[in-house]
Design a binder for this molecule. Structure first.
Ligand code: ATP
Length: 595
């Protein structure tokens, strides 16, 4: 990203606070003028005292000089203190406000992106998080540097240079010649660091993702005792990062030394030149200190130049991916404007093909299906057949490559996405529980629900009694619940939402036998006048379905009722069903039940 583009992007966030910028800049400019006072005072004091000494006069005659410099210096420090307070406070305020707005804007925007954005490998959660965090950090620093520091920095430097020229042309010229050399050293330093910085940014993203996935899979890591293996993987990254960080330090220290030498060289030249001018009677002795202090005022702000240049480069690197994330409008979830008053729930899937964004090959091929309201439709197939993917398409999480999905005769593309999802209840194999209480988690299904409605939903999900036995009842942290109880929360959420369409993706997978039976009864109770699509590896749930679609390697290979499908000799359904039955050891179960 070019600097111009970066500033254009960031200006949108600075504009609401432009008065803060003006105020801080004005204060800083006044501050840069007061910074020159010391040089004046020192020259005045040295010259006046030297003249008194020459005239063999003492303290009594010099008292007024001390009084004048005391008043001026203390007055100046008081003004500086007030200016610095205002400058720092308003500067920080601007930085904090912009950083807050950037964070809020990116999170609001990213949530509007389609699911495909989050499932591409470049946008894994750890990478995304680092990109956003670092982007905000470097951008807000840049705002501070660019809008608050740069102008006063140059102003202070220019004022000091003008004063040097005014006092003596040749000394001013020395000061002026040193500036571009210093400038060159600063920009070369920053340019040399560019590639390494980008490298560090990428490594940081990968590292964060690595740490996140360690925490996510800590149980698996421990059970396989692969702590050392995982630590070694992290060590590899750490070593690469260390190498890149050390490289930046080496370059920095080398150039810092060079810049310090350039500066000190300037001081030496100024001392020699001013001493010569004093000795040849062209200057008073006070001018030596005067020029050295002014020269310091010229180089001190320029010394900061490298920091600002660094921040600018950082911001250029991090902001590129930050603004790519913030402005990825092509990723915004597509939505039509069809908002029916009532959804019946009749899906027609016509010749649908679908490929995941990161994949080369399609996951679904030529899918044709009718899903009828008031009926239970089961999707059966081996792992990886594409059942969950099909549900993802029905929920409009992804859009087919080819073909069409109609709901009540209208293409899903034409539906307002929020309206569509308000009419769908989704219970997954593993449902997300938010940090918060049981009550808050169930209420996620309907934020306006009363406590009585929440309790009713929990009762239907056979969870109410269990919640009451928890130490804080509905106010207990939901994170403390078992996997099965968390699953019931998801089912309770669905009852609370009360949608006409329900997708169940192995909803009882993590429930115990008793709960499974209870939930099955509840699910049976709500199937009236709803469209239910269920993915399950449980025989009982499949047998009860009105229509079964059998999937194999992304295709629908058979469909019909249980009886119809089981009669197809050598059929896929039959082989899956028989394998399920055998795995249950039915003979022994029957024998036990009969005993
Ligand atoms: P299971 O019964 O194990 O849940 P499934 O029939 O529901 O399996 P899907 O989850 O739909 O199968 O997966 C179908 C195929 O799509 C698999 O090969 C899987 O690897 C692939 N797949 C699933 N999600 C993604 C994704 N986000 N990106 C790329 N490929 C994916």
């Amino acid at each position: 990203m070019s600097l111009g583009a970066l500033l254009r992007n960031i200006w949108a966030f600075v504009r609401p606070y432009k008065w803060l910028v003006v105020l801080t800049l004005s204060l800083t400019l006044v501050g840069s003028l007061t910074a020159q006072v010391n040089a004046w005072v020192l020259r005045y004091a040295v010259d006046q005292i030297a003249a008194l000494l020459e005239a063999h006069k003492g303290l009594a005659e010099g008292m007024h000089i001390l009084l004048i410099i005391t008043v001026i210096l203390i007055g100046k420090e008081l003004v500086s203190a007030v200016i610095q307070y205002g400058q720092k406070l308003y500067g920080e305020k601007l930085r904090i406000f912009v950083s807050r707005d950037l964070a809020q804007a990116v999170i609001e925007k990213v949530m509007t992106y389609r699911l495909a954005f989050f499932t591409t490998s470049g946008n894994q959660s750890g990478k995304l998080q680092t990109r956003i965090d670092r982007g905000i950090e470097s951008l807000s620093k840049l705002v501070q540097s660019f809008f608050i520091d740069i102008l006063p920095l140059f102003a202070s430097s220019i004022v000091a240079l003008v004063m040097m020229f005014q006092a003596n042309f040749w000394v001013g010229l020395v000061g002026l010649c040193i500036v571009p050399v210093y400038f060159w050293a600063s920009t070369s330093q920053a340019n040399k660091l560019k590639g390494t910085r980008r490298n560090i940014k990428d490594l940081r993203e990968v590292k964060s993702q690595g740490i996140l996935s360690i925490f996510d899979s800590i149980t698996v890591i421990k059970s396989f005792t692969s702590e050392e293996l995982e630590a070694r993987k992290q060590l590899g990254l750490q070593l690469d990062l260390t190498e890149a960080q050390m490289k930046t330090r080496r370059i920095n220290f080398l150039f810092d030394g060079l810049k310090s030498f350039i500066e000190q060289f300037g001081v030496v030249v100024i001392i020699i030149l001013t001493a010569y001018l004093v000795l040849t009677g062209q200057m008073t002795i006070g001018a030596i200190m005067f020029h050295i202090l002014l020269f310091n005022n010229v180089t001190a702000p320029i010394r900061q130049l490298h920091r600002i240049y660094d921040q600018m480069n950082d911001a250029l690197i991090y902001s590129e991916s930050f603004f790519d994330t913030l402005n990825a409008d092509r990723e915004i979830e597509p939505s039509g404007d069809y908002k029916p008053v009532k959804v019946n729930g009749h899906f027609s899937i016509r010749d649908v093909y679908f490929t995941y964004p990161d994949n080369a090959e399609p996951t679904l091929f030529d899918i044709k299906m009718e899903i009828c309201p008031g009926k239970i439709t089961a999707l059966v197939g081996l792992s990886g057949a594409g059942k969950s993917t099909l549900i993802n398409l029905l929920d409009k999480f992804y859009v087919p490559d080819k073909g069409e999905i109609l709901l009540d005769g209208v293409s899903l593309n034409d539906y307002d996405t929020d309206t569509l999802r308000d009419n769908i209840g989704l219970v997954l194999q593993k449902n997300h529980i938010f940090s918060g209480t049981v009550l808050e988690n169930i209420r996620y299904g309907n934020p306006d629900a009363t406590l009585a409605q929440v309790e009713d939903a929990a009762r239907k999900a056979y969870l109410h009694e269990q919640i009451l036995s928890l130490p804080d009842g509905y106010d207990t942290s939901a994170m403390r619940l078992s996997g099965g109880q968390q699953q019931k929360i998801a089912i309770a959420r669905m009852f609370l939402k009360n949608p006409p369409i329900v997708f169940l993706d192995e909803p009882t997978a993590s429930l115990d036998a008793i709960s499974t039976e209870q939930i099955k009864a509840s699910l049976d109770a709500i199937k009236q006048n709803r469209t239910v699509v269920i993915i399950s590896h449980s025989i009982s749930q499949i047998i009860d379905s009105d229509m079964i679609y059998v999937m194999q390697k992304g295709r629908i290979v058979e469909h019909g009722t249980h009886d119809e499908l089981h009669h197809i000799a050598g059929g896929t359904y039959r082989s899956i069903f028989d394998a399920m039955a055998r795995s249950l050891n039915i003979d022994k179960i029957t024998k036990s039940l009969n005993d």
